[in-house]
Design a protein around this ligand. Structure first.
Ligand SMILES: [Zn+2]
Length: 147
């Protein structure tokens, strides 16, 4: 019985991993953040599976003009490699921002993760829990867009 349970958990885990693996993650530095995004989305009770299946790749880009881009015509997400110098929270914010556009078709907001300007690294670090909560609520409100 315990073994069957363990097997089931492993299968579930495998399924979850496989879903994100349909998306090509070009830059290994983004991989853990992508998986964490998926975990957080699922924790909020949302299933990003169908939305992720529409996405082709997530990669870094040498483009310094914008922090992140979601190319609708190719279904690729690009995060500026400049952000890796700025800090971990900035990378996370840009990635979550673009995934918000791509998976839940979120629009820009006045402040927070979906604002056009990425907040400072310090601000993100100090306010991340609240910013993430607001962002997940926005995703929840647009949950039908991910289907
Ligand atoms: Zn945007």
């Amino acid at each position: 019985m315990a073994l069957a349970g363990l097997l089931w958990i492993s299968l579930l885990h495998f399924r979850k991993e496989k879903k994100m693996q349909q998306v090509l993650i070009g830059d290994w530095r983004l991989r853990e953040k992508c998986l964490q995004w998926e975990r957080e989305i699922r924790t909020r009770g949302l299933d990003p599976g169908a939305g992720l299946a529409r996405l082709r790749s997530i990669d870094s880009s040498p483009d310094k003009r914008c922090a992140g881009r979601y190319l609708t015509w190719t279904s690729d997400i690009l995060v500026s490699s400049e952000l890796f110098h700025r800090g971990d929270w900035s990378v996370r914010c840009a990635l979550y921002h673009e995934l918000g556009h791509a998976i839940f078709r979120l629009e820009h907001t006045e402040s927070g993760i979906m604002s056009e300007e990425i907040p400072s690294e310090e601000y993100l670090e100090q306010n991340w829990n609240q910013l993430l909560k607001d962002y997940l609520n926005q995703c929840y409100d647009k949950r039908l867009e991910s289907l």
